[in-house]
Design a protein around this ligand. Structure first.
Ligand code: HXC
Length: 527
């Protein structure tokens, strides 16, 4: 037998050390302990509040059996205030990765059953580790928040942990999508992590976010307010815009996070996710021909148009209860994700105001950062007039939307359905801000202002009958899309029924769009 064969034979004879049953048992026992978090009693308390536990939430969020956990046995190292007797494996946060519909995602889920999910030095390190991993491999990050905030026994170590998390949130911004799900308390400085992420969901009745809670508010300003009113899901999805969507319970929120995830890319280089669709891209919709009422001052629901043009009428709306005069959200055309921004004539006649400008600007920037083409539907009579708007800085806030559109380099398509007046016409992804393909429906009006108001200014010294005649003349000349089209500000005037396939063709034309910009350290957008 040659030497080589001998070696092979001896290899086969090698005996390997078997894991002793007691070690396997020990491992299983340790895992069981870790899975119990703060213990059955606290798990029951969590359920009594209508909340799932940290691990149950991950089960709903992720594909079955896809979760792989890190740091299950990590413990804190604090000895102050009796903490040496309060050690739980995992230290109050479950971290790892899994998949959502087969696509990789990094996750952390704060475990309220362990010291109220409070953030310790070691617990923060676990979160930072998965933030770093998400950046390294280019996958989105979803954080589930349910925490009493900084671990009071650890003091500044805990604060440092928050700082590290925030730093990573900032540097991941625009590189990988970040989603925050608030499913319990999120107070003090802790709120700044969700605020730095791209999307925030809340659960009605069981989650709240505020910088200072009701007690501090009462002491400082003598205002009496409860947690729900101060920072509950309704407050943040309707008044402040801090959160994007509110759900009735944990399960709804988690399932909708899965749905949102399906629309967004894994990172800023991968391009949009696509999926096969049975919805033909050349589908025409005759009902759109009668969407616009005869009376130009009558509202109609822009959502109908949005639903009509996207694949299978599947529109994922973001912030539906905040700044309702503008719609934002995701859909697909030809199976590929697009971002949609649309004035909504049902509210404030579709005017742009402070909230609408901020809402749409941030969405445009998200789409641009992650190479999601933007489709804009315009029916805007202008900026909302008012002392309140002016004194609260509509100039700066309106500029945010203008800025966002002007700097975006993704494919940008605009369809003007009815009115596009004044400054708002320019802001809503006009040709002048480098909209790539701009269409107008045949009945659209593109003008400095509405015909009646314009005629009243121009012909203010005219007699009544004369004014009517002159208004009619003005309408005849300017209340059409053809003047703008004759200047090249509109690429084509289209029939409403053809909107979907015209957009689809424009998107495929722009697939390889590339724009170079001169070097700069970074821009200075109006904040
Ligand atoms: C340590 C905490 C904790 C915390 C809760 N626990 N918050 N332990 N540090 N921050 C513990 C409780 O002592 C309790 O332990 C267990 O978690 C469950 O809490 P309960 O109070 O029984 O629950 P509940 O009645 O539901 O009230 C939840 C709560 C309350 C509203 C969150 O616990 C609370 O007010 N906690 C303190 C919140 C806070 O002030 N955090 C610091 C914020 S400042 P036992 O063993 O008794 O069951 C901050 C700065 C961050 O976070 C700055 C970053 C830049």
């Amino acid at each position: 037998m040659g030497l080589a064969l001998l070696e092979v034979a001896s290899l086969h004879k090698t005996t390997y050390m078997k894991l002793k049953p007691s070690i396997v048992q020990q491992l299983e026992e340790k895992r069981r302990q870790a899975r119990l978090g703060g213990g059955q009693e606290r798990i029951d308390a969590q359920h009594t509040k209508g909340k799932l536990t940290a691990r149950e939430r991950l089960e709903v969020l992720l594909d079955p059996d896809s979760f792989e956990e890190y740091g299950m046995f990590v413990e804190h190292r604090s000895h102050d205030f009796g903490m040496e007797n309060k050690r739980n494996p995992g230290d109050g946060v479950v971290t790892g990765h899994g998949t959502i519909n087969g696509r990789l995602v990094f996750v952390y889920s704060q475990d309220f059953t362990v010291l109220g999910g409070s953030l310790s030095e070691t617990n923060a390190k676990k979160i930072c580790q998965i933030q770093d991993m998400a950046m390294k491999v280019g996958a989105p990050l979803i954080g589930i928040n349910d925490s009493g905030g900084a671990r009071i026994q650890e003091g500044v170590d805990s604060l440092g942990g928050y700082g590290e998390i925030f730093w990573r949130n900032v540097h991941a911004s625009g590189v990988v999508p970040q989603i925050s799900l608030i499913m319990g308390p999120c107070a003090g400085g802790a709120v700044y992590s969700p605020a730095l992420t791209d999307f925030t969901f809340m659960v009605k009745g069981s989650s709240y976010m505020f910088v200072t809670g009701p007690d501090v508010v009462k002491t400082v300003t003598h205002e009496e307010v409860d947690s729900e009113t101060l920072g509950g899901a309704s407050t943040h999805t309707q008044r402040t815009g801090v959160a994007d969507l509110a759900f009735d319970n944990d399960i709804d929120a988690l399932l909708q996070a899965r749905r949102l995830f399906n629309f967004i890319p894994a990172n800023n280089r991968e391009g949009v996710p696509t999926r096969s669709t049975m919805d033909p891209s050349d589908r025409i919709d005759l009902s759109l021909n009668t969407l616009i009422p005869d009376n130009p001052n009558k509202p109609y629901d822009m959502r109908e148009l949005v639903m009509s043009i996207v694949d299978e009428h599947d529109f994922f709306e973001i912030q539906p209860d905040y700044a309702k005069n503008i719609l934002i959200g995701f859909g697909r055309i030809d199976g590929a994700s697009i971002g949609i921004i649309a004035n909504q004539p049902m509210f404030l006649a579709g005017c742009l105001d402070i909230e609408a400008s901020r809402k749409a600007a941030r969405f445009v920037r998200f789409c641009d950062a992650f190479s999601i083409p933007i489709v804009t539907f315009v029916d805007v009579p202008g900026f909302l007039p008012g002392v309140d708007q002016e004194h609260n800085g509509i100039i700066k806030h309106g500029a945010k939307l203008l800025y966002a559109y002007a700097e975006a380099t993704v494919p940008k398509i605009t369809v003007i359905t009815r009115k596009a007046y004044g400054g708002a016409y320019i802001v809503m992804n006009s040709k002048h801000l480098k909209g790539d393909i701009n269409y107008a429906w045949a009945n659209a009006e593109i003008a400095v202002m509405g015909a009646k108001g314009a005629a009243e200014i121009l012909f203010k010294n005219s007699t009544n009958g004369d004014l009517e005649k002159k208004t009619a003349e003005y309408i005849d000349k300017f209340s059409t899309p053809f003047v703008a089209a004759s200047r090249g500000f509109i690429d084509d005037v289209i029939r409403p029924q053809n909107t979907r396939w015209r957009i689809s063709r424009a998107l495929s034309l722009l697939k390889n769009k590339k724009v170079e910009r001169p070097w700069r350290k970074h821009d200075n957008l109006p904040l």
